[in-house]
Design a protein. Sequence first.
Length: 177
Amino acid sequence: MIKLRKAKMSDIPHIHNIVNDYALRGLMLRRPLMMLYESVRDFVVAECNCGTIVGTSGLHVLWNDMAEVRSLAVLPAWQGRGIGKSMIQYMVQEAQEIGIERLFAFTYQQSFFEKCGFTVVKKDTLPQKVWKECIYCDKFHSCDEIAMIRSLRPILSSQAEEKQEIPLIDIPLWTVK
C-alpha cells in the first residue's frame, strides 16, 4: 500500500538521496540539500506502509498560470506500480486547487508524461522564466531534455456545448388556415 502526502523536513534527506541518485546517472537535475529544505512545501512523497519513502515529486510555481512538475522519481524497485502516475495526479489536483492553468516538465521520460496527458513542445515556446535553474545543470549548453506541457484549463461552457450532440426531436407541423 502506498500513501501520497506532503513532504516534511524529516523526508528531505530521503528526497535528496532519491533525486541525486538519478542525477548521478544523468537522468535529472541534481538538487542541493539546502534547496530541498527551502522548497519542502513544493514536494510530495510516496510512502509505503512500512514507512519507507519510495518516490517523490515537486510542484514548483513559476508564475500566476504556470508550474513545473520537477524531481519526479520513484525508486527502481517500486517502478511500474502506478506511483509516478499517482504523483502526477496529485500535482494536477494541487495545481488546479491554487488556480494554475499549465504544468510543464523537462524530462527524458516522454512516453510516461504522454500517458499522463502532457504533450511535447519546443523549448523556445516556454517563457524565459522556466530556465532560471538551468544554469546549475551540467548540460546547460547542450540540453537534451524534452519539454512537455499539460493544460489544466477547464473546458468553457461554450466549448462543451459545441461538443454535445443535439438530440433530434419531433416538431409538430402547424397548419395555417
